[in-house]
Design a protein around this ligand. Structure first.
Ligand code: GLN
Length: 537
């Protein structure tokens, strides 16, 4: 079994996760079984309690783990199946070590970062290796070299590589080579210093992946090679992609990164067949059709907050050979300027998940606008609850209908706390989480889109449709097209007299891939195209 460690230097947000995922794509297409995992040095047990401003999206797995958004890249770029084993935080490590200490596991010893914390970290790599039976394990270390928090992780992977032998483990360092406008050139010094920092703690990277805005010429590659002590061929140019992150695997392949990785790890495999990725890129660069859809949220302008939603919309486009322009609409601006001004001309309107009251009324106005003007609407989690509240207020005339999340005293609590949540007081990892089965109604739009009637989708919520109102809604043309198998929890709703108005309590965006667009997103983009161009795709 072989191990690849990916570290980052100079600045954060370099796309380490994407680099790891794209390398995973190439290795998989060489016929290797790949498993990816992410280590996050922060002290939260998981990112579930962090604001999107701190952390971007929280990515949910089948087993209900709330994880880093890089795991989303791993699932979208490879066929690796992820569980809570694939994301480890310092918080989890310390929780484990301290529990061990109280139980007497270390009786007689002083508990220390080395070896107790580092051993726990190494264990996690071994556990994944054992469980996944992969040929190659790619482990990405979050944060930037030089962070105090990251040190135990770096020490652990240094020891790990020593233990499994240098033919079995390599280090890839992703750095930044900034373009300095005044000098008109790319600068290598930050990369040199970041590698020096790594070497100080005993890690000598085998490959340096250089993020840059301009091409890395031969001279610069030689300079990095010399100062960072790697062969020239191990200096990889990872230039900003022109169109889409899905170009990454092809870009790394052009740089022969996968080839080099295989040589370093003594893996004999054929060159990857990337024909299907090339077709995906073709559809992204030169699609046959085009459409614009709006995403109405409150973290607009924060690229990472709705990451999987944006990606899934793009996948829906790929599935229809349709380029999608995503218009990010601030829900509070709809409150200020009105829905028509903010949403006019869009092919479809999507309201994603969310928590907290800010922007809620704007989202309700967006759902109303979509319903009344017969514009395709896709609601995800909160987006389903919003559609329900809107229908209650404006069609059923239930004045002040609301979710009890936002108005505990609403006379018409059409969305209310899940029964199972009533006794929950702790905030971490206590929502209704992960994959749950859902039964679709025969003849519904949801059933048609999925082409099957029992589906499994990932959840992350505390509130649900209040069944006391089911009959009233049904009579007015609100369709409950998906429920939990016992019929008790509403999972999918749609509208009868509307070309495409559908919303789910679950998060379909966690199951979409560029080569397997999720049916709800594929249907949404097809409907958006039809709405704007008056013809089906
Ligand atoms: N805040 C809502 C709930 O907890 C919706 C959650 C979400 O959109 N993920 O039910």
């Amino acid at each position: 079994m072989k191990f690849i460690f990916v570290t980052g230097g100079v600045v954060s947000s370099l796309g380490k996760g994407l680099t790891a995922a794209a390398l995973g794509t190439l290795l998989e297409n060489r016929g290797l079984k790949v498993a990816l995992q992410k280590f996050d040095p922060y002290l939260n047990v998981d990112p579930g309690t962090m604001s999107p401003y701190q952390h971007g999206e929280v990515y949910v797995l089948d087993d209900g783990a709330e994880t880093d958004l890089d795991l989303g890249h791993y699932e979208r770029f490879t066929s690796t199946k992820l569980t809570r084993m694939n994301n480890l935080t310092s918080g989890q490590v310390y929780q484990k070590v301290l529990n061990n200490e109280r139980e007497g596991v270390y009786l007689g010893n002083t508990v220390q970062v080395i070896p107790h914390v580092t051993d726990e970290i190494k264990n996690r790599i071994h556990q994944l290796a054992e469980k996944s039976k992969a040929d190659v394990i790619i482990t990405e270390i979050g944060g930037t070299t030089g962070d105090i928090e990251g040190l135990p992780f770096l020490e652990a992977i240094r020891e790990f590589a020593l233990e499994v032998g240098y033919n079995n483990a390599i280090f890839i360092h992703v750095t930044y080579v900034p373009f300095i406008k005044a000098a008109g050139e790319l600068k290598t010094k930050p990369t040199q210093q970041s590698v020096a920092k790594l070497r100080e703690i005993g890690i000598a990277p085998h490959i340096i992946a250089c993020r840059c805005e301009k091409p890395l010429d031969k001279e610069l590659r030689q300079k990095i090679s010399m100062f960072c002590n790697v062969p020239v061929e191990a200096v990889i140019e990872a230039k900003d992609v022109d169109h889409s992150i899905y170009e990454m695997p092809l870009m790394l392949q052009r740089e022969r990164m996968d080839d080099l990785v295989c040589r370093l790890l003594h893996l004999t495999t054929p060159a990857p067949n990337m024909a299907h990725w090339q077709e995906i890129i073709r559809k992204l660069i030169a699609p046959q059709h085009r459409v614009r859809v709006g995403v109405v949220g409150k973290y607009i302008g924060l690229q990472d907050a709705y990451k999987s939603v944006y990606e899934s919309i793009i996948h829906g486009g790929i599935g229809n050979d349709c380029g999608v322009e995503i218009v990010q609409v601030d829900a509070e601006e709809i409150e200020k300027f009105g829905a028509d001004k903010m949403l006019h001309g869009l092919g479809g309107i999507l309201v994603p998940g969310g928590f907290g009251e800010r922007g809620i009324e704007g989202k309700i106005l967006a759902a109303k606008y979509a319903r009344e003007n017969k514009i395709p609407y896709l609601g995800l989690c909160l987006g389903m609850q919003i559609a329900t509240i809107e229908f209650a207020r404006n069609v059923l005339k239930l004045e002040k209908a609301h979710s009890t999340e936002f108005d505990e005293n609403s006379p018409h609590p059409v969305i209310a706390l899940l029964d199972a949540q009533r006794k929950v007081t702790k905030k971490g990892g206590t929502m209704r989480l992960g994959a749950q089965p859902c039964q679709l109604v025969v003849g519904s739009m949801a059933g048609q889109l999925y082409g099957s009637f029992v589906i499994h989708e990932r959840h992350r919520h505390r509130y649900e449709f209040n069944n006391a109102y089911r009959e009233k809604f049904e009579k007015a043309g609100f369709v409950f097209s998906g429920t939990s198998p016992d019929g008790k929890l509403v999972e999918v709703i749609e509208l009868k007299d509307h070309p495409f108005f559908i919303a789910s309590q679950f998060h379909p965006e966690f199951l979409s891939k560029p080569h397997q667009p999720h049916p709800l997103f594929k249907g949404f983009i097809a409907a958006a195209h039809q709405y704007i161009h008056h013809k089906p795709l």
